[in-house]
Design a binder for this molecule. Structure first.
Ligand SMILES: Cc1ncc(COP(=O)(O)O)c(C=O)c1O
Length: 417
């Protein structure tokens, strides 16, 4: 690589060496029986995985992936505009059935689903720079400030088509209403995560739907963390809030609770057909047959074994209760995503290192995943954990809390509720 490339990157980051900016990534070796992970030759109890239902390592899912790969090969089909594979279509039918919708379209990741769908809804499926047929209409995306960065990036992609992008304070309906009034446009899209990935809180979907109805806005929910977990049938936050038919666009993922890879959009047939013409669908390869096979099996298991999601939520309740009793701020968490606010980034890293020393893996979340100075540790129980694991985790954290309280009380306690 040339010195020029180095100079360009260094100028952007304002640093001398890459390692000053990005700490070295660690390599996990996969032999451990879940929920353990092998890091640095040590087996650690894993609380950093998003394999919520424990399906990524399920023998039935693994066998389904292998079987599909043996039948169809490992990948590299032409784009879906050229040819469709029956296994991809079967997965889409199964997802639609699981979500109780007419149809679904699968992308290779949750991020790709956001990148394809948000611009297609508010700008055009054809080009991020093209404002669609009705070039005179003014447009805006109102997005919860805690939404996932892929949804934010997707919204920003539409700015080339003169779409305004406006952040509103997380979960703050007064702010949303105020901003909708302030930036009056012809076409409005409200975008929010269902479960916020760093706080574990749930968006006020009922209120968002009411406001959307008043302002004639379209509602888009990124339900990556709630897919397979929340709601009576595991359909997510829209089902839980009873707003399934008032939310216009529902996005979910396979890549967390459903043990494989991919993201999806569900809805009426005409809309799904429209989204099939979005850029990541046309200009990118589809999900590989193995991933489709694994996802189909994982969906079957998620539906026939509801104890998995019940267990995850029960363990999360116990963990959250215990953490609050110790004295931590668990932010707005009411789901299986259970953060503790640490604040200072270095302290969060040190806390994670100390946990690791005691045999527990939970990586810290720092800027840009959260605002500067608001680092968290995010614990995610899964169906592979049991009550003893939670008790053990709480015991270890309790020991560490007293240690940190002696040395840095202001940091640990500064933002406590
Ligand atoms: C809320 C949310 N949306 C979208 C995504 C992206 O999903 P994927 O990892 O499949 O691209 C994530 C991933 O962490 C997420 O947390």
């Amino acid at each position: 690589m040339s010195e020029r490339l180095k100079n360009v990157i260094a100028a952007q980051l304002n640093i001398k060496e890459m390692s000053d900016y990005y700490p070295e990534r660690r390599i996990a070796k996969g032999q451990a029986v879940r929920p353990y992970i092998v890091l640095g030759g040590k087996e650690l109890l894993q609380f950093g995985s998003l394999d919520y239902l424990g399906l990524a390592s399920d023998e039935r899912v693994i066998e389904a992936e292998a079987k599909a790969a043996r039948k169809y090969g490992c990948g590299a089909l032409p784009s879906r505009m050229v040819i469709e594979m029956d296994i991809n279509k079967e997965l889409e039918r199964k997802i639609a059935g699981f979500m109780g919708e007419e149809d679904s379209v699968v992308f290779t990741s949750g991020s790709a689903a956001n990148h394809g769908t948000i611009p297609a809804v508010i700008a055009s499926p054809l080009s991020y720079l093209c404002p669609g047929e009705n070039t005179r209409a003014s447009r805006a995306v109102f997005i919860d400030e805690l939404s996932h960065s892929s949804a934010k990036d997707a919204a920003y992609l539409t700015r080339g088509a003169n779409v305004k992008v406006i952040n509103y304070r997380s979960g703050d309906m007064q702010d949303l209403e105020h901003k909708l009034n302030l930036h009056k446009t012809d076409l409005n899209l409200i975008v929010t995560d269902g479960i916020f990935s760093t706080s574990g809180g749930i968006a006020p979907l009922e209120d968002i739907c009411v406001i959307a109805e008043v302002f004639g806005a379209v509602v888009y929910v990124d339900d990556a963390h709630a897919t397979g977990i929340l709601g009576k049938k595991g359909r997510g936050t829209c089902e839980l809030a009873g707003v399934g038919n008032r939310v216009d666009v529902k996005m979910g993922v396979i890549s967390k609770a459903l043990g494989s890879m991919g993201g999806f959009i569900v809805g009426e047939k005409w809309f799904i057909e429209y989204i099939r013409h979005s850029r990541p669908q046309i200009h990118s390869m589809p999900l590989s047959p193995g991933e489709c096979g694994a996802a189909i099996k994982a969906l079957e298991i998620a539906q026939s074994e509801p104890w998995r999601r019940q267990q995850v939520l029960a363990l999360a309740d116990k963990l959250r209760f215990g953490l609050k009793q110790i004295g931590f701020d668990t932010l707005s968490s009411s789901t299986q995503v259970v953060p503790i606010l640490i604040g200072d980034e270095l302290l969060a890293r040190q806390f994670a290192d100390d946990l690791e020393e005691k045999g527990i893996f939970c990586p810290p979340f720092e800027y840009p995943a959260v605002p500067k100075g608001e680092a968290v540790l995010r614990f995610c129980p899964t169906a592979l954990h049991d009550l003893e694991d939670i008790d053990h985790l709480l015991g270890v954290i309790k020991g560490l809390f007293s240690k940190y309280l002696q040395h840095s009380p202001q940091n640990l306690l500064s933002k406590m509720a």
